[in-house]
Design a protein around this ligand. Structure first.
Ligand code: NAP
Length: 338
């Protein structure tokens, strides 16, 4: 049986406070051939997600990230061997490849993709975060022309797409982000109607001024005090899309619920609804096609950054949690000839 060298990054120990690069360790492992019903994949691109940190905290929609084992992560990979599966060698797949060069995975756990444009798009605008923006905004937020759509972590992977889709739906997008530089980018480059820096001392006043007609849809990526502030600005009949809670991931402190709930929900007849994008997996192809059309027409700009080499992954994740990314952050693990 052939074994190949497999460079991997393991989570040495789970953090009790903030995540640091010291929580990870690079190791040289080996990997064998796939068993019946399995594929052997080569990782091309790794998605760096705040959820990677969330998985360390406990059971979520998946098992808690273990210690001393390969760090989990979504990847874009190429099938390089298979046994008794219907997936041809050479197929590009979106999968749970983890922070490693190669993975053996059950064939039914990988999702073949139809290549559209640059490969990076399949982990950004056409990948999990683009799909999250699409389904969260259009199915749960349901903006109509003239609405004000407020989104947090707006310069990140999901948030920037939410804002651009809101604009395409005829709404006014307002972004909340962590720096003036990012706020300027959202308005000047992506066409947001306004963007606010939550670190500014005048944030609450800025929020009011940025949403003079109130908020019809709040797409919440962060929870915490920003959710509190957004709830106060909601219009009657507004929709709050609970997508994620990034302000609570990289800390040992227990998160408290938003203030004013359920009072504000009743008073303002709000609908507050959470979702996990994987619930929509049967509709991913339809959404990918629509997103790809908007990208091709220039209506949807792709904001992404690629770090080079698997060993960059720990720093890439630590930095992402501190907000040093603009758009979707990826790590290139190996090349792909197209
Ligand atoms: N429901 C689902 O199925 C689903 C799927 C994918 C992602 N998500 C969620 O979507 C959210 C965004 O994920 P993403 O992958 O698109 O990441 P991202 O926005 O590209 O990166 C995370 C961003 O969060 C911001 N942030 C970090 N700490 C913060 C804090 N304490 N308060 C406010 N903002 C903070 C940072 O930007 P700033 O400079 O603005 O601080 C950072 O850029 C996350 O909550 C994630 O869990 C949900």
């Amino acid at each position: 049986m052939m074994e190949r060298r497999n460079h991997q990054i393991i989570l040495e120990r789970r953090p009790t406070g903030r995540l640091g690069e010291e929580h990870f360790r690079a190791v040289e492992g080996t990997i064998g051939e796939p068993g019946p019903g399995e594929v052997l994949t080569r990782t091309i691109l790794l998605s760096v997600d705040p959820a990677n940190r969330g998985w360390m905290q406990g059971r979520t929609y998946r098992e808690q990230q273990g210690e001393g084992v390969v760090m989990s992560g979504f990847t874009l990979s190429e099938v390089i061997a298979e046994r008794d599966t219907a997936i041809p060698i050479g197929t590009l797949v979106a999968c749970d490849g983890g922070w490693q060069e190669y993975a053996v995975l059950p064939a039914d756990s990988v999702r073949p993709i139809q290549k559209r444009g640059p490969l990076t798009h399949h982990l950004s605008v056409l990948g999990i975060t683009g799909l999250t923006a699409y389904f969260g905004l259009l199915e749960i937020g349901r903006p109509v022309p003239g609405d004000t759509v407020l989104v947090s972590a707006a310069a990140g992977a999901t948030g920037n797409v939410v804002g651009q889709l809101a604009t395409l739906a005829g709404a006014r997008a307002v972004g909340i982000t962590g720096s003036d530089r990012k706020a300027k980018f959202l308005v000047e480059q992506l066409g947001f109607g306004a963007a606010l820096n939550y670190r500014s001392a005048s944030f609450i006043d800025d929020l009011r001024a940025g949403c003079p007609d109130g908020v019809d849809v709040y797409f919440d990526n962060v929870a915490g005090t920003i959710l509190d502030a957004a709830l106060k600005g909601m219009n009657i009949g507004g929709r709050v899309v609970c997508c994620g809670a990034v302000s609570t991931y990289d800390t040992a402190e227990r998160s408290s619920g938003p203030r004013g709930v359920p009072g504000l929900l009743a008073l303002k007849r709000l609908r507050m609804e959470g979702f996990i994008v994987l619930d929509y997996v049967d509709r991913f192809a339809e959404a990918e096609a629509r997103l790809a059309e908007w990208v091709a027409s220039g209506d949807l700009q792709v904001v992404e950054e690629v770090w080079e080499g698997l060993d960059a992954a720990p720093a890439a994740l630590v930095g992402l949690l501190a907000g040093d990314n603009l758009g979707k952050r990826l790590v290139r693990v190996s090349g792909y000839n197209v």
